[in-house]
Design a protein around this ligand. Structure first.
Ligand code: DI6
Ligand code: FE
Length: 406
């Protein structure tokens, strides 16, 4: 089954080309779910019998990649949001049963099927804006069984929809009430056994942790990372979000795929990440929602050539966001990122942050045919507009599918 796209403004994101790697009046050939030819119209011959899609001058990008989400969760924290608007402090909210523990309680009460049912609308919102790969973390179960339940639900999402789901084990997200003040015991008795079980059951693609004063220390994260390494799993880290614990440097030391948030990262951290090939995943939704004022050090990342990615961080507490288009606009407006940085951040660099750059993230021969066709004239419009979705068609693994199911 061969499909040819013609008359497209291809934003290939290919590393060999300048900027977004734009090919004007481009064509591309899809065969067996892969891109088998791409170039200027004159250089591409349409195989006989191929299905031809005339893009009528539209922009075509790689399918978008949301490389940091807590998409699987139960219930919501709108009540807590209202309390915050009315001036309640974090402690007051926690005392009223809010905060991360309320999400943990709701996830524990939910069945695997409930989790899938509650998550699909969020996944569908992402898909409707051209997402073809999404990373999903555990971290609201905090028992071995509940963490595995979250990961199974995440895997199931990939069976329910035409989208690739990668799973990240985030057992070291928060300390549950019964282990308060006993982080080491929690790591030994829950986080590590959960990780080993997830690995044996094929449920985990990467390992993450929340390295912060209110969560796990760098020394505690080392225990988790050493276990991940011994299982052959790549690591990621929620680093330097609320304070500088030198999480970026720690992630780099472990050759992490990414370090994420990074508002408080210093120049040494940025330099170490570049050296290690660790991607800086920036999360403007969380920055916006918690009214953070310290911006991530974009100028250090630029100076040192650190690859930057963007993601929604979709979670019920600090980023109830399911739009990568809005995420790009926020990154441009709040973090002063350029259009190129934003678009590379949800395609090529997001693929790198998931260790998937060999198969997705750019429009190049040999890659999986994951594409988004947009009713816009220039790629900049994707970053510029707010609350408008110009997706014309989405192609996942060679399947043409604007709708979520077909
Ligand atoms: N960083 C965050 O901002 C969220 N998790 C994390 O590691 C908070 C999650 C929540 O409040 O539910
Ligand atoms: Fe997060």
């Amino acid at each position: 089954m061969t499909t040819v796209l013609t008359n497209a403004r291809l934003a290939t994101m290919a590393p060999g080309l300048p900027g977004l790697g734009v090919i004007e009046n481009g064509s591309l050939v899809i065969d067996g779910g892969r891109i088998v030819a791409v170039g200027a119209a004159n250089d591409i011959t349409t195989p006989s019998g191929a299905d031809v899609i005339d893009c009528e001058g539209r922009c075509v990008t790689p399918g978008l990649i949301d490389c940091h989400t807590h998409l699987v969760h139960a219930g919501n924290r709108a009540k807590e949001f209202e309390m915050r608007l009315a001036g309640a402090s974090y402690e007051e909210i926690a005392r009223a049963g809010g905060g991360i523990v309320s999400s943990v309680r709701q996830v524990r009460e939910a069945s695997e099927e409930d989790l899938v049912t509650q998550t699909l609308p969020r996944l569908d919102a992402l898909i409707a804006e051209g997402v073809t790969t999404v990373e999903v973390k555990s971290g609201y179960g905090l028992t071995v069984d509940d963490e595995l339940k979250m990961l199974r639900a995440a895997r199931q999402l990939g069976d329910e929809r035409r989208v690739a789901v990668t799973t990240t084990y985030l057992g070291a997200h928060a300390t549950p009430a019964d282990y308060r003040g006993r982080n080491r015991a929690f790591i030994e008795e829950v986080v590590l056994p959960g990780l080993r079980a997830a690995k044996v059951q094929g449920l985990v693609d990467a390992v993450d942790g929340f390295c912060e004063g209110i969560a796990f220390s760098p020394e505690e994260m080392r225990i988790v990372f050493d276990a991940a390494k011994s299982l052959g799993l790549p690591v990621k880290l929620h680093a330097d979000q609320l304070s500088n614990l030198h999480g970026a440097a720690l992630a780099a030391e472990y050759q992490a795929l990414s370090a994420d948030h990074l508002e408080y990262t210093d120049e040494e951290g940025a330099a170490a990440m570049t050296q290690a090939g660790t991607v800086a995943v920036l999360l403007p939704g969380a920055y916006y929602f918690i009214r953070e004022t310290k911006k991530p050090p974009i100028e250090f990342f630029r100076k040192h050539g650190t690859a930057m990615a963007l993601a929604t961080d979709c979670n019920p507490g600090t980023s109830p966001l399911t739009s990568l288009l809005l995420t790009m606009n926020m990154a441009a407006t709040l973090f002063h990122m350029t259009v190129e940085e934003c678009l590379l951040g949800v395609t090529r660099n997001a693929a790198r942050a998931l260790g998937r750059l060999d198969t997705v993230g750019t429009i190049e021969v040999g890659k999986q045919a994951d594409l988004a066709i947009w009713s816009v004239e220039s790629p900049a419009e994707l970053v510029y507009r707010i609350g408008f979705n110009p997706l014309h068609q989405r192609i996942w693994n060679g399947h043409i599918t604007k709708g979520i199911l077909s």
